[in-house]
Design a protein around this ligand. Structure first.
Ligand SMILES: *Cc1c(COP(=O)(O)O)cnc(C)c1O
Length: 376
């Protein structure tokens, strides 16, 4: 499958391995952990078994990268890629608004290995440049961010990284490969929690790293030691999920925009955060870099009684995680930001009434009606 094909076509066809024995049209499941070594030493943890390679090829095609590695979780992809780039004494600049798991991992793991880091306010790309030291190796961003959907200027950060010969990495989970392709904007490594939009049904876990051949081979060197590989059955499910990612995410984009507009117009809602709204401070940059759409995540603050509101919802399910075909919603105070003190939450802009809504592919009118009855 040529890279010049459109994304919808690549999503369906790229990477398919076919069935040379029977002519079946999908990649068969090859569960073997033990392979004959006469031609090549194959082993799932070496990332060179057929189902892993099929998913990697599809993801590389969707993100316009030269290569990809598929991991067992998003955190395996993120931490393996970061650790593959640094050694004791090195320094990493990361944006302050990070997925809770990444933030926790950086704060709790890096210092034990003598890896230094600085967290910066990403609203101005110059803050990344100011934090660079002579030992800096990596700049790491995440946009749209969780849960306030803040937008970081990807091209500007990639330019700074390249001027200083640093590796730039992005967590592209919230946008999905349908809406945003950071490699086209100069980023070196694109990371995903595939548990979200890539799996898309809330029923599997995986992670992905996409990059150049050279960087992928460097990450693979560490990944073979850390061992975060998914098995063939999960890879087969991921491959099937990816065939529908474009139609799923397009529907989620459209629903999220409709819902964000509805929420903005309702007097019982205090504030809405959605990069697709003109009122969002990152809208202009989002429009430039989110070429496929503004995504399926909408955060908002109800004026009162968030717990009662969540209890009353019927279609929209109260749950952590995101990106599935079914709409889910969670309170940030009760989940990702539960361990912060009220003062820390205030500083991070997380109100007690903030809800993070992962919009699914249901009928948008049904979702609006569900919210309306829960607000009564
Ligand atoms: C969920 C998530 C992760 C972690 O992925 P897992 O698959 O849970 O390990 C990382 N980044 C973002 C933005 C996420 O939403």
């Amino acid at each position: 499958m040529k890279k010049s094909a459109s994304k919808s076509t690549l999503a369906v066809h790229a990477g398919t391995r076919g069935d040379t024995l029977y002519g079946g049209r999908v990649t068969p499941v090859y569960p073997a952990a033990a392979y004959d070594y006469e031609q090549e030493v194959r082993y799932p943890r070496y990332f060179n078994t057929p189902n892993l390679m099929a998913v990697a090829a599809k993801m590389a095609a969707l993100e316009n990268g030269e290569g990809a590695l598929v991991f067992s979780t998003g955190m395996a992809a993120i931490m393996t890629s970061l650790f593959a780039m640094v050694k004791t004494g090195d320094h990493v600049v990361l944006q302050q608004d990070l997925y809770g798991g990444t933030h926790h991992a950086v704060v709790n793991e890096f210092h034990r290995f003598g890896i230094l880091y600085t967290l910066v306010d990403a609203s101005d790309p110059k803050n990344f440049e100011k934090a660079i030291t002579k030992n800096t190796r990596v700049i790491y961003i995440e946009t749209p961010s969780n849960p306030l959907l803040k937008i970081t200027d990807i091209a500007a950060v990639a330019r700074i990284a390249s001027q200083h010969k640093l590796v730039s990495m992005i967590d592209n989970t919230f946008a999905s490969p349908v809406n945003q392709n950071p490699i086209d904007l100069g980023i070196d490594v694109v990371l995903h929690s595939g548990t979200k939009y890539i799996g898309g049904h809330g029923d599997l876990m995986c992670g992905v790293a996409v990059s150049s051949k050279e960087i992928i081979s460097q990450i693979k060197g560490s990944a073979m030691h850390f061992g975060g590989t998914p098995d063939a059955h999960t890879c087969s499910l991921i491959e099937r999920s990816l065939k529908t990612i474009v139609v799923r995410v397009k529907q989620q984009n459209e629903n999220a925009m409709t819902l964000a507009k509805f929420l903005s117009s309702d007097s019982r809602i205090h504030r809405v955060y959605y990069p697709g709204l003109k009122s969002h401070p990152g809208h202009a940059i989002a429009k430039k870099q989110m070429t496929g759409g503004f995504g399926g995540m909408v955060s908002f603050e109800v004026k009162k009684n968030p717990d009662r509101f969540l209890d009353k919802l019927k279609i929209i399910q109260r749950a952590v995680s995101l990106g599935g075909v079914d709409s889910t919603i969670c309170s940030s105070v009760r989940t990702s930001h539960a361990k912060l003190t009220p003062a820390e939450r205030k500083k991070a802009g997380i109100s007690d009434n903030l809800l993070r809504f992962s919009v699914g592919i249901e009928d948008a009118e049904d979702l609006i009606k569900d919210i309306q009855q829960a607000l009564l």
